[in-house]
Design a binder for this molecule. Structure first.
Ligand SMILES: [Zn+2]
Length: 470
């Protein structure tokens, strides 16, 4: 990178990464403190994103509504729907925006230099100078508004996000995921619904909505990512001159709140809607969920994915088999979820019954104790690790551009620690170490520490109920 072009930034780190086949440059914008991560390489499928920490404090979906509305026209691109217009005329290989429980990200990818520059321009203008301040109707259209379909008819609520979330709230799998998160983090950022709960969305006012944007959509709270070929110095210079230099340093408190660990298991019984034709029998979800330290504990995170493979993912793994043998549900699955401050591990039996609850819990605990006592099948651990390592080395993400996946995965540690922009994706050494630990009792000890002796856990029983939905 030509240093003369990036004098508006401090270079925090610059080095070669063989793992990522890139020159890595980490920078900080001098005036605003905006964080910048650059991966320079010869990939012509370039990626740019700007992201912000956007921790919600309620379930009005404000972060999600902002995401939709900033893409409805901005100062330099006053089109009604630049997003759709762009998608049509552009050579992009990816163009979207995503709201997560604690952040919002605006990524674009393109193989064409001019197109890439243009997309970057439209997105930066959208997030920093959206028309939402001038036109309240954008908020109403994307968020929520009252509607009367016919004269003297009933007042109903409509809105793009409102309708989208109503759909999401009627899918039982989505309801389960959400209630698991609510159960584990009741006092933190992750205890509310960032996408918006249809019941709470109408509580959001236009002023509250604008305040959220003012507060979090500032360079000082931003993360800028560039990947691929071309002149990165030139791009950073342009970003500074066109946008960042117009702002002062205004740090905002946006770190997600930490959930204090529980003293004991939390037992929760809750409901999801079914129609009159659906049956209540064999339709309950049983889920056992554990918070596993912090997401910045990279080694532990990957170790858990290996452990999960040997415990419950693969066919015939001890926990999956024991639950299926006991005929608890027709489907048993598990997942390790990171990308939030405190990751969690979850074991689920689907199409089960409330009456199986005790057995479900006993089998989980007995199986885990047995593994701690008698050890894992080491071959299963090797297999799990090999799969993970192969995927990592191959770095083939199907239809998704590599730069996009690198950038989004990098965010899983970068968001929580400025000094860890790449730890999540530059992990060749971690895999080596995890392999060397298979012949020790490391993985068995993880079960003891993070599952059996861990009190920050919940047992959620999600039962079907008729008439829950209007
Ligand atoms: Zn949406």
């Amino acid at each position: 990178m030509n240093k003369d072009l990036v004098t508006a930034y401090d270079i925090v780190e610059e080095r070669r990464s063989d793992d990522l086949n890139s020159n890595v440059v980490v920078l900080k914008h001098k005036k605003t403190g905006a964080r910048v991560l650059v991966l320079e390489n010869d990939d012509d499928n370039k990626t740019f994103y700007i992201g912000f920490r956007t921790p919600p404090v309620d379930s009005t979906g404000v972060a999600h509504i902002i995401e939709h509305t900033v893409l409805c026209g901005s100062e330099e691109f006053p089109l009604k729907d630049p997003f759709i217009e762009l998608a049509k005329g552009s050579l992009n290989t990816f163009l979207n925006a995503m709201t997560y429980p604690d952040k919002t990200v605006y990524p674009v990818c393109s193989c064409n230099d001019k197109d890439f520059q243009n997309l970057m321009h439209v997105y930066l203008d959208a997030v920093f100078r959206p028309n939402i301040y001038k036109e309240e109707k954008i908020f109403k259209q994307e968020g929520w508004h009252y509607e009367m379909e016919e004269e003297d008819g009933p007042l109903t609520i409509n809105g793009v996000v409102y309708n989208e979330m109503k759909g999401a709230f009627s899918s039982p799998d989505d309801v389960l995921d959400r209630k698991i998160q609510n159960s584990l983090y009741p006092d933190s950022t992750y205890g509310v619904e960032s996408g918006g709960d249809p019941e709470n969305i109408p509580d959001l006012t236009y002023e509250g909505f604008l305040d959220f944007h003012k507060r979090y959509y500032h360079p000082s709270n931003s993360y800028i990512y560039l990947y691929g070929d071309g002149d990165m110095g030139e791009r950073l210079k342009w970003i500074d001159e066109h946008y960042l230099s117009n702002y002062d340093n205004a740090p905002v408190e946006s770190y997600p709140t930490f959930q204090k660990p529980f003293d004991s298991l939390k037992l929760i019984k809750d409901y999801y809607p079914i129609t009159d034709d659906e049956k209540e029998e064999d339709n309950t979800y049983l889920s056992y969920n554990y918070v596993v330290d912090k997401t910045t504990n990279i080694e532990l995170g990957y170790a858990f994915q290996v452990l999960d493979y040997a415990l419950c993912q693969g066919q015939g793994t001890p926990l999956k088999q024991a639950l299926l043998d006991a005929q608890i549900g027709t489907e048993v699955y598990s997942s390790y979820i990171n990308g939030i401050l405190q990751p969690y591990y979850s074991i689920v039996a689907k199409n089960a019954n409330e009456a199986d609850a005790e057995k479900f819990e006993t089998i989980i605990n007995d199986t885990l104790k047995d593994i701690v006592k008698n050890g894992f099948d080491k071959n299963a651990l090797y297999a799990g690790l090999n799969i993970l390592e192969f995927k990592y080395k191959e770095a083939d993400f199907g239809n998704y551009p590599k730069g996009l996946v690198f950038g989004l995965n990098a965010f899983d540690s970068w968001l929580y620690d400025d000094n860890m922009p790449l730890d999540m994706i530059e992990c060749g050494e971690v895999f080596k170490k995890l392999k060397s630990l298979i012949e020790t009792d490391y993985y068995e000890k993880l079960i003891e520490t993070y599952l059996l002796n861990n009190n920050h856990k919940s047992f959620l029983q999600l039962l079907p109920k008729k008439g829950l939905q209007e």
